[in-house]
Design a protein around this ligand. Structure first.
Ligand code: ARG
Length: 577
């Protein structure tokens, strides 16, 4: 637990307030002589019928607030000031981190709890664009975060593999499909014939009838149509899986919308039985007036099912199969109403696990100084963005290597560029709150001195290089508490307080579904470390060995936290760059 939380917990034990409330009120005093943390007592005045000054005076005498001597506690007017024992702070924090290693942040909060995280969920036969990357990256990061906190995570890819468009694709493929193009670049070919279908159908409406017939055959399980659909699905997955591999993303389950289609009649029966289905303009709907929502359509007037009914079937299946404690949907904010409706129908039907279902939305993706030759209309493909980022990164890495006189083979440069380039893209998605739109700009993404993946990865690589040098010189990071306790300078203290919030930040990120809490934490740690590094020599003939050992241990701790945190964001580290 970080020290602010310890203070909050101890004050909570002595007052009526709860820990969270206190945590929010704790301040960092503007001047050093007022302590490292301060708690303003005003809030207690009303309930205790005492002046804040008197409250702080009496609280200052409570031994439990010192946490066994970790803090000195003094009152100053209405404030209760806490002075950290920096020696112990340093030795405790560094020991805890380096014992855990690069999995620091691991916890058992989620033991025995199943969490479904649905993410990515692209549509078959459609290009994988930069918007799909948002759900993919967010979902992957949340999966890793929940996993590290001890939850049993089930990663689900709810593929869009169902709907009348497959009738169109089958029809188009039979008329204009190019076998060779399909094997070479399946999605481009499928998109080409899909677009052509729409053009041709304008001239010849009978094509739409054929498409409807083909879709009907597909639904009825006619072997030829099913085989084509299966082929489109398999080929699309090959393309998607290449992207997933490249980004280190994996799934436990690829049940798409089609999987749930034959479970819909049971949903309809259940809703009928509970008297929830009503007719409205020929369609069957569930009214949701009491939730202030428009009706949820379950069956269209022609009796065909829709998106919402498939999601209802899916959530019931998920509950049966995984008995989830939480069921998270990482899907763009424009679908917020859809999920509200689905969850409300569940609630109305008496399924209380509706409250364990969460829609995690996110904003739009925009571009500032990038131009793509778009293969697919005006959407930007993730693959093109990754390729461009890797190519740009490669230039920067090669240039830096030349400037620093590092000898790096072309091959090594390419390997590093792949990781850093992809890291830079991923980081852009998780660097700010997810509801905000993101704007890609090369300048920010590849700024080795700013809030970017290359900056964090470079800080990590720099630490690894220090560790290698130390090892060669026979100097080891200290594990001795007294030695670590010498790290009390303002610079070291800055690093240690940034490090100490990491564990809590991981939990916070999970609880509000915001990986950016972790990216922010890493950026603060790296910034504090870089000023420590600039002001403080780590190795050298004129540095005392004990000092070197203590500083190395601090480096090691920062390396562990950066590696752990970047992993949780979905980003790899490199040993050198
Ligand atoms: N395939 C959909 C799309 O690309 C997203 C699916 C979202 N998940 C769900 N359970 N409805 O827009």
């Amino acid at each position: 637990m970080d020290y602010k939380s310890v203070i909050a917990k101890n004050i909570a034990n002595l007052t009526e307030l709860d820990q969270e409330q206190i945590f929010k009120l704790i301040e960092i005093p503007p001047q050093k002589d007022l302590g490292d943390y301060a708690f303003p007592c005003f809030i207690l005045a009303k309930s205790l019928h005492k002046a804040p000054n008197m409250i702080s005076e009496s609280l200052a005498g409570e031994a439990s607030l010192t946490e066994n001597g970790m803090f000195e506690v003094k009152n100053a007017g209405p404030y209760l000031n806490f002075y950290i024992d920096r020696s112990r702070y340093a030795s405790d924090t560094i020991t805890k981190i380096n014992t855990a290693g690069d999995k620091f942040g691991q916890a058992s909060d989620g033991e025995g709890q199943n969490v479904i995280i649905e993410f990515s969920s692209p549509n078959i036969a459609k290009p994988f664009h930069v918007g799909h990357a948002f759900t993919t990256i967010l979902g992957n990061s949340l999966s890793r975060i929940y996993d590290r906190l001890g939850y049993n995570v089930i990663r689900m890819n709810h593929l869009g593999d169902y709907g009348t468009q497959f009738g169109k694709l089958i029809t188009a493929y039979r008329l204009w499909g190019d076998e060779e193009a399909l094997s070479k670049d399946p999605i481009t070919e499928l998109l080409r014939i899909y677009v052509k279908f729409h053009e041709e159908a304008k001239k010849d409406p009978s094509l739409d009838d054929t498409a409807r017939e083909n879709f009907k055959k597909l639904e009825d399980g006619s072997p030829e149509e099913v085989a084509l659909w299966q082929r489109f699905r398999d080929l699309s997955l090959v393309v998607f899986n290449k992207l997933y591999d490249r980004m280190g993303v994996s799934f436990d389950n690829y049940n798409g919308e089609s999987f749930y289609s034959d479970r819909i009649p049971a949903v309809v029966d259940m809703l009928k039985e509970k008297n929830l289905l009503e007719e409205s303009e020929g369609a069957q709907v569930v009214m949701l007036d009491e939730y202030n929502l428009p009706p949820c359509i379950i069956l269209k007037s022609d009796g065909t099912t829709i998106y919402a009914s498939r999601d209802l079937a899916a959530v019931l299946y998920r509950k049966d199969t995984y008995n989830f404690n939480k069921n998270i949907y990482v899907v763009g904010t424009p679908q917020a109403l859809h999920f509200k409706q689905v969850f409300s129908v569940l609630k109305k039907a008496g399924y209380d696990f509706a409250d364990d279902c969460v829609h995690v939305g996110f904003g739009l993706v925009k571009f500032k100084d990038m131009v793509f030759s778009t293969r697919e209309g005006n959407i930007v493909l993730l693959e093109d963005l990754l390729d461009a980022a890797v190519a740009k990164t490669r230039e920067v890495i090669a240039e830096n290597a030349k400037l620093r006189g590092q000898d790096m083979s072309e091959e090594e440069i390419s390997e590093i560029a792949e990781k850093v380039g992809i890291g830079a893209v991923i980081y852009t998605y998780v660097k700010a709150g997810r509801e905000k739109d993101i704007v890609f700009s090369w300048e920010e993404m590849l700024n080795f001195n700013g809030n970017s993946a290359p900056y964090l990865m470079y800080t990590y690589a720099r630490i690894r290089s220090i560790m290698r040098k130390a090892e060669a010189a026979g100097v080891k990071p200290s594990t001795d508490l007294d030695t670590l306790g010498t790290l009390t300078s303002d610079d070291a203290y800055g690093v240690i307080s940034a490090l100490s919030s990491f564990e809590n930040d991981v939990k916070k990120a999970a609880s509000i579904y915001e990986p950016f809490v972790i990216s922010r934490s890493l950026f603060e740690t790296a910034s504090a470390f870089n000023s420590f590094y600039n002001n403080c020599r780590i190795l050298g003939d004129d540095v005392d060995v004990k000092d070197s050992e203590a500083r190395l241990a601090l480096c090691e701790a920062v390396g562990n936290v950066i590696k752990s945190g970047l992993y949780l964001l979905g980003i790899e580290t490199v040993e050198r760059m």
